[in-house]
Write a new protein. Structure first.
Length: 443
């Protein structure tokens, strides 16, 4: 049962339905155009089949045990949620990063930490998506799930478009540089569905760093969407750090549209969740664009982490570089499936794709399926995948120099991840990732 509050009137609505979509939109006093979009997405969701084991993207990731009806459709904030004390763990996350400004989504409410830079004078917009619907309707109608990620991409993007709740909107006008990172923190609720949306629009010649920190959740599910619009000659650094509770189902669809001579570095980190299925796409649609997609994952216990990537080269003289490194313990499983796709007009493409896996337990399993689809004849495209255990001779070498076996194994694992950590542009994020790696190694 979901309880909606509008103008001091309480309305109860049960289950996932068109009625719940209408009630959600009404409770938030949304404009008619947004309700129409939500309803169209809901009808699309109802029409689309659930993923089947015979579907190629889902052959190695089953939804056994997932039941949408087990969850509350979305979180509704308590009347005093915005004034309640912040969880100490969340407060630590806020204090750890020297960010330009922060948005915190917790218990269905949103809180904003004042900027350390004068963002307003620069014309920068950094706000929650619900506020942007009313304050910047032209920008939201233009960019929100219309150009980069659209509802029909998959079952979960359709559900997201119908029921999205928390979300951040970042807009950086032309030739503007935001010095400090913009921080977004989501503390996922318990037993509830979440649909977190990040929309970043960076105009020509602008520069920004955005950090999404996704935490919490217990017996919950999240169907998130990330849209990155990178203008010509712009520079964007985006980090998605997922550390949900190990009982949470996590589905992510992220896509970046990269403009002429623009530069994007995307860091994708998957620590938590019971199951993660992430679709991550780079769309290089203008000449001279340069993109990096870097990933870290470390499933333990019986976690299942699945990343599916696409490096789509549609224009000539573009470069893409992908590196995903993962370690696995216990009975964990990882899946990586990636494609470099070069269309006929994308001559002089330079694309690289590598997936490395470090197996720390004989019961763990890593599947890696890299691929190439090349329709141009003047390109340089390479890919590779590895899966290996910790070499005994490496452990012996370190132990011979005074380290214990756990210390030696920890150093080897940390060294394995260093190739990605060295390319993370925010020092406080690097420190956080190193702490989580130590936690995972120690069980």
């Amino acid at each position: 049962m979901t309880v909606l509050v509008k103008e001091n009137v309480t309305e109860s609505v049960a289950g996932f339905s068109e009625q719940i979509v209408r009630a959600l939109s009404a409770a938030r006093n949304e404009p008619a155009w947004l309700l129409e979009r939500r309803l169209a997405a809901w009808r699309l969701f109802e029409e689309m089949p659930w993923p089947k084991p015979t579907d190629e993207p889902w052959r190695r990731t089953r939804l056994t045990g997932f039941d949408l009806d087990k969850f509350q459709p979305f979180a509704t904030p308590a009347p005093d949620a915005a004034d309640a004390p912040i969880d100490p763990l969340i407060q630590f996350e806020l204090d750890e990063m020297a960010s330009a400004a922060s948005l915190l989504f917790e218990q269905g409410a949103v809180r904003y930490r004042d900027a350390q830079e004068d963002l307003v004078s620069k014309g920068v917009i950094f706000t929650d998506l619900q506020s942007a619907v009313h304050a910047q309707p032209e920008l939201i109608q233009r960019y929100f799930m219309t150009q980069v990620v659209t509802p029909e991409l998959n079952k979960f993007t359709a559900l997201h478009a119908a029921l999205w709740d928390t979300g951040a909107f970042v807009y950086v006008p032309a030739n503007t540089k935001v010095e400090l990172p913009l921080q977004i923190i989501l503390n996922q609720g318990e037993g509830v569905g979440g649909y977190h949306h990040t929309l970043v629009v960076v105009e020509e010649g602008a520069e920004v760093t955005v950090v999404d920190d996704l935490l919490g959740g217990k017996e919950a599910f999240q169907a998130a969407v990330v849209e990155l619009v990178v203008g010509d000659n712009a520079i964007v650094r985006y980090m998605n750090l997922q550390d949900f509770d190990h009982t949470t189902w996590n589905f992510l669809t992220g896509r970046a549209a990269v403009g002429r001579n623009a530069n994007l570095r995307w860091i994708q980190v998957s620590w938590g969740s019971r199951l993660t299925k992430a679709f991550l796409d780079l769309d290089l649609h203008q000449p001279g664009s340069d993109s990096e997609l870097l990933g870290i994952y470390f499933p333990i216990g019986r976690q299942h982490i699945d990343h599916q990537t696409l490096q789509l080269h549609r224009a000539p003289h573009c470069r893409s570089d992908l590196l995903f490194n993962g370690a696995l313990k216990d009975r964990a499983r990882s899946v990586y499936m990636g494609v470099i796709k070069v269309l006929p007009g994308a001559q002089k493409t330079d694309a690289y794709q590598r997936n490395g896996n470090l197996i720390l337990d004989s019961r763990a399993r890593a599947d890696s399926i890299p691929g190439l689809e090349i329709e141009a004849d003047d390109v340089r495209c390479t890919h590779g995948a590895t899966a290996a255990q910790v070499e005994d001779e490496y452990v012996f070498y370190l132990m011979a120099r005074g380290l214990s076996r756990p210390q030696a194994e920890r150093m080897i694992v940390q060294g394995f991840f260093q190739a990605v950590l060295d390319r993370v542009p925010v020092e406080s994020v690097v420190a956080k990732l190193e702490r989580v790696i130590e936690r995972k190694i120690g069980g």
